[in-house]
Ligand binder design. Structure first.
Ligand code: HEC
Ligand code: HEC
Length: 282
């Protein structure tokens, strides 16, 4: 090899080596960017979770399970599968969430299922609509909700079948013996807890200053001067409150919030279990 040839050879080698170095660095850069993006996504979800806790869980449930009769579940397979088609939204689910949350909803699209709290059914959240949140905060909440997509349960098919005949609305029937543990699970699954424990939507079951828990309170209710139902025992009062919520409306609460159809969606055993559970709140 001549000297010139050697020089050309070495030069080519140098160019190749530099190129390889750039490619290796570039690949690393891509991974670094991806890692950064995942990190940012994680932070968005974290911030969104806190904002959700502070602003949304009272209506949509702490785990996005919704409240029957009041607010739709968001941690729900339906939202991520057929909901967009049903409302005629052609964009992404995430954009739908951002848009809905930003402007709120004047009237419910499913008033028979989720009436919300009057008008508007859901208030507007974006500053652009005189709400309390910035657009980036709403994006974070949307990221948090999207984070439920891979594991969201199908709440349309869950527990759809009753295990026996419905309890009905005759409050004098003899109920079977109740099970408090099953009652607690049912109170969660049927949405009672959403209105009676963690939100001020319905009267809290636990005792608070000057107000005994629902167990002792139910015996006192039927002695009240304004009591206009037909219950003669504490258990009957509880059954009446569940299957005929309008028979007696607790003062200071709306008469149309508590779903009126539990008589047809609970079995006698379900009702007995939930009542047994309520009777633990002294
Ligand atoms: C006062 C109760 C209430 C509060 C608080 C509330 N929402 Fe809603 N939300 C509703 C109701 C009612 C609807 C309407 C349901 C319908 O149209 O069927 C709704 C609808 C939605 C929808 C659209 C669901 C769908 O399938 O169309 C999303 C998403 C949503 N809310 C997210 C949020 C977020 C996020 C927050 C907190 C920033 C929040 N909501 C706070 C009551 C509430
Ligand atoms: C959407 C909200 C909501 C849901 C869900 C709900 N309730 Fe209620 N409930 C209310 C409201 C509001 C009242 C007060 C008005 C009235 O008396 O109807 C009430 C009243 C009651 C009372 C009477 C409380 C008292 O202090 O005398 C009982 C008992 C009760 N509910 C039990 C249940 C049970 C059990 C479930 C589930 C099977 C349930 N509720 C589901 C909203 C709800």
């Amino acid at each position: 090899m001549s000297r010139v040839q050697i020089e050309i050879f070495l030069g080519t080698l140098l160019v190749l080596a530099t190129g390889a170095l750039i490619i290796v660095y570039g690949l690393g850069e891509e991974e670094r960017m991806a890692r950064l993006e995942r990190q940012q996504q994680g932070q968005a979800i974290e911030v969104g979770a806190e904002l959700y806790d502070n602003n949304c869980k009272g209506c949509h449930g702490p785990q996005g399970e919704g409240v029957p009769g009041l607010c739709p579940p968001l941690n729900d397979k339906y939202l991520f599968t057929d909901r967009m088609k049903d409302v005629g939204w052609s964009g992404s689910v995430e954009d739908y969430i951002v848009a809905t949350v930003s402007s709120g909803r004047l009237t419910s699209t499913r008033p028979e299922l989720y009436a919300g709290q009057g008008s508007p059914a859901m208030p507007a959240w974006s500053e652009d609509y005189a709400g309390p949140l910035r657009q980036d905060q709403i994006r974070n909440i949307a990221a948090f909700i999207m984070n439920w997509e891979p594991t969201a349960p199908d709440r349309r098919t869950e527990g759809g079948q009753l295990a026996g005949p419905p309890v009905g609305t005759d409050i004098t029937i003899e109920l079977p013996e109740g099970d408090t543990v099953n009652g607690e699970a049912l109170a969660n699954a049927k949405g009672c807890v959403g209105c009676h424990v963690s939100t001020p939507t319905g009267p809290a079951w636990s005792a608070s200053e000057g107000t005994p828990g629902i167990a002792d309170r139910s015996a006192l209710r039927i002695e009240q001067a304004d009591y206009n139902g037909t219950a003669e025992t504490a258990e009957q009062y509880l059954l009446e409150s569940i299957v005929l919520p309008k028979a007696y409306v607790v003062e200071g609460y709306l008469d149309n919030l508590m779903p009126a159809n539990f008589g047809s969606t609970l079995t006698a055993q379900d009702a007995a279990d939930i009542i047994a559970y309520m009777l633990t709140f002294k």
